[in-house]
Ligand binder design. Structure first.
Ligand code: AMP
Length: 289
């Protein structure tokens, strides 16, 4: 299973990726998390990305492709992966296609999570991440049923808000997502037959169910890109279609049987001089006389 999750910040793709990770035993690869780790560790990449991330911009494509190349080479990605937050530009999508073609491991699906903007704002303003186990919670929704374990040795989570979830940065991320990611990247994948959309509003469980249905509808096994199976028509629709085709055939036959009228020749402008051929004929007649 090799999947790309696309969606606005706050669309819940990270949460769903974590669920699929558990269910199928394949890693969620979040480029945002990788960059945040670099930031926390103070690596040169982290230092370079810091300002960009704080303003809601994008880290350059070359760096992001190098990160993905390294990450996909790790053994846990051999069985499959869920890319969360990558690709974000057409250049990244093209780079990913080349990389996966080189590895002989094509994508199975690209899922676009769709959520209304007001919902996104509500979700993101309440989003909190546990500093230790990195699980994501929301202060605006009821807590998950039953205890959710933190890392071993900790009984409580330590919830913090991501700096880039604050209102101004979030608005810029949303704008950038719409302009640089959703429109161009979904257009790039639209022609591959891999693209699917999921209504990502409602409860987390409902979205998971819809997501699994969508993935299964693509043919169950997602390792290989498949063409969409032809849809079966209802008997009424099938009849209507037969009638439509029959009408078209009859129309064509009738058209053929009716002789075509010749198109009227374009009228010549009356000329004072008689046409050359007419003059010649007159001279010939004169000389005969
Ligand atoms: P995320 O957690 O996916 O919302 O990512 C947080 C931030 O990391 C983004 O706002 C970008 O600044 C940066 N980032 C993550 N993934 C990418 C990517 N594929 N291309 C460029 N920048 C990225």
């Amino acid at each position: 299973m090799r999947i790309v999750f696309m969606g606005a910040p706050g669309s819940g793709k990270g949460t769903q990726a974590q669920r699929l990770e558990k269910k199928f035993g394949i890693p969620q690869i979040s480029t945002g998390d990788i960059l945040r780790k670099h930031l926390a560790e103070g690596t040169p990449l982290g230092l370079r990305a810091k300002g960009i991330m704080a303003s809601g911009g994008y880290v350059d494509d070359e760096t992001m492709l190098a990160i993905i190349r390294d990450r996909l080479a790790q053994p846990d990605a051999a069985k499959g992966f869920i890319l969360d937050g990558f690709p974000r530009t057409v250049a990244q999508a093209e780079g990913l296609s080349h990389l996966l073609a080189e590895l002989g491991r094509p994508l199975g699906a690209v899922v676009l999570f769709e959520v209304d903007t007001d919902q996104l704002v509500k979700r993101v303003s309440g989003r909190r991440t546990c500093e230790f186990c990195k699980r994501v919670f929301n202060v605006n929704s009821p807590p998950p049923a039953g205890p959710v374990e933190c890392i071993p040795g900790r009984t409580e989570h330590s919830l913090v808000q991501r700096p880039d979830d604050r209102e101004e940065t979030f608005k810029e991320r949303l704008r950038k997502y719409e302009e640089d990611t959703r429109k161009p990247v979904s257009h790039y994948y639209a022609y591959t037959g891999l693209m699917r959309t999921v209504d990502a509003e409602g409860s987390i469980d409902d979205v998971t169910q819809r997501l699994l249905d969508t993935l299964n509808a693509g043919g169950g096994k997602l390792a290989v890109a498949k063409k969409r199976a032809p849809q079966r028509r209802s008997p009424a629709k099938a009849k209507a279609r037969v009638r439509k085709v029959a009408r078209r055939v009859v129309r064509k036959a009738v058209k053929k049987s009716v002789p075509k009228r010749r198109a009227a020749a374009p009228k010549r402008k009356a000329s004072r001089k008689p046409a050359r051929s007419t003059r010649k004929a007159r001279t010939r007649r004169k000389s005969k006389r």
